[in-house]
Design a protein around this ligand. Structure first.
Ligand code: TMP
Ligand code: ASP
Length: 253
């Protein structure tokens, strides 16, 4: 069997050359990292859950007209995506104060923000993904003004879609991070939601109890990360409703 070509290995995923030009296979690992990989562990089943959840969110976004890189899920851990040039920004949308914003501005975690706030971090692990402004983005040429208008519109559409979806299953979308890719069609480029959308890249709190159902469970040692992600998947119907198994997720095909 021919070995396939690895294009890139990140902290949570590996990218391989896809079967056709312009495609990439995205493999979800079980590795969990936090605080720029200062904290690390392998969480059995996390990759399988994130592959399923990201498929679910990306497909849903596509269905409401938000362009994404997602093409199809291939198996338990892999999905086929369109190859794109990732804009070197983490685009964060916040509905409630939490995490680094609470720390930076001294706003209590859980405070509802007057409106969704979009922030950008420059994607560079050696610098710890620092917060940047639109001035930096324009001055250093990471994205044009037109790109920024499109990125903000995409980020807010993703926020509306995900907030509503989550609210429907009793979960508050506190904040999330997305990455944006450029896809080239001949002389034209368009921007798509890329990378992944999963509880690794969102803050999800149970509306009733406030229980955290996202990667903060790992960051803050709050219990089983797989149980938290399985609960999100079960509520969304990505897992069969009856079969909540605390440690080993059973996934429907
Ligand atoms: P923050 O409050 O730590 O800045 O995180 C904001 C959101 O971005 C939160 O939903 C978690 C997500 N996030 C990532 O997806 N990757 C990261 O490296 C960091 C720091 C945050
Ligand atoms: N993804 C980042 C890391 O590993 C940080 C985080 O999600 O907290 O290091």
């Amino acid at each position: 069997m021919a070995r396939r070509k690895k294009i890139y290995e990140g902290k949570a995923k590996v990218l391989y050359e896809g079967p056709e030009p312009g495609t990439i296979v995205q493999y979800f690992k079980d590795d969990a990292t936090a605080f720029n990989a200062e904290k690390k562990d392998v969480i059995e089943g996390k990759g399988v859950l994130n592959n399923r959840l990201s498929e679910y969110f990306m497909t849903g976004l596509g269905n409401v007209g938000v362009p994404t890189h997602f093409l199809k899920r291939l198996n338990m851990r892999e999905q086929l995506v369109r190859s794109c040039e990732i804009i070197p920004l983490e685009v964060i949308v916040r509905n409630y104060a939490a995490g680094s914003m609470s720390k930076r501005l001294g706003i209590a975690e859980g405070t509802q923000l007057p409106r969704p706030i979009v922030e950008y971090c420059y994607k560079d692990d050696s610098l710890g993904d620092p917060l940047v402004t639109e001035e930096h983005i324009a001055a250093f040429g990471w994205a044009s003004q037109q790109d920024m208008d499109d990125i903000i519109a995409l980020a807010l559409r993703v926020n509306d879609y995900l907030s509503g979806l989550m609210y429907g299953v009793g979960i508050r979308l506190v904040d999330f991070k997305i990455e944006i890719g450029r896809v080239f069609d001949g002389d034209f480029q368009r921007l798509v939601v890329a990378d992944e959308i999963s509880p690794d890249s969102c803050r999800l709190w149970d509306i009733e109890s406030g229980q955290k159902l996202d990667k903060d469970v790992f960051r803050q040692d709050l219990g089983s990360l797989t149980d938290a992600y399985t609960e999100v998947a079960r509520r969304l119907g990505v897992l069969p409703k009856q079969s909540h198994q605390p440690t080993k997720p059973t996934l429907i095909n």
